[in-house]
Ligand binder design. Structure first.
Ligand code: FES
Length: 97
């Protein structure tokens, strides 16, 4: 199960491998901030509190955009974090502003 927490809307959906966290949020009408969809604006930033092992490793864009401390605390860019394997994942959209 994939738990998505947008700005106001929260949904539990079936994760689909090959899709990003942002793709899943948009597909299910969760109000997730985004702009560029390519790892530069950081509006899709989110905190993954469960199931990081089911997501792709941080992309070069994420390594550039996020501080090492943020990565350690489970922050990812929703447009860059791709679901790799089925399982329980929880992510909350936490843009900087
Ligand atoms: S939408 Fe811009 S970094 Fe993800």
């Amino acid at each position: 199960m994939l738990s998505l927490k947008g700005r106001r809307i929260q949904k539990q959906v079936e994760p689909v491998t090959g899709f990003s966290i942002l793709d899943m949020a948009l597909k299910h009408d969760v109000d997730w901030s985004f702009s560029c969809s390519r790892g530069t604006c950081c509006r899709c930033r989110c905190q993954v509190t469960e199931g990081m092992e089911h997501l792709s490793a941080p992309s070069d864009a994420e390594l550039d955009a996020l501080e090492p401390e943020e990565l350690e605390e489970g922050f990812r860019l929703g447009c860059q974090a791709i679901i790799k394997t089925a399982g329980t994942i929880a992510a909350a959209n936490k843009p900087y502003f």
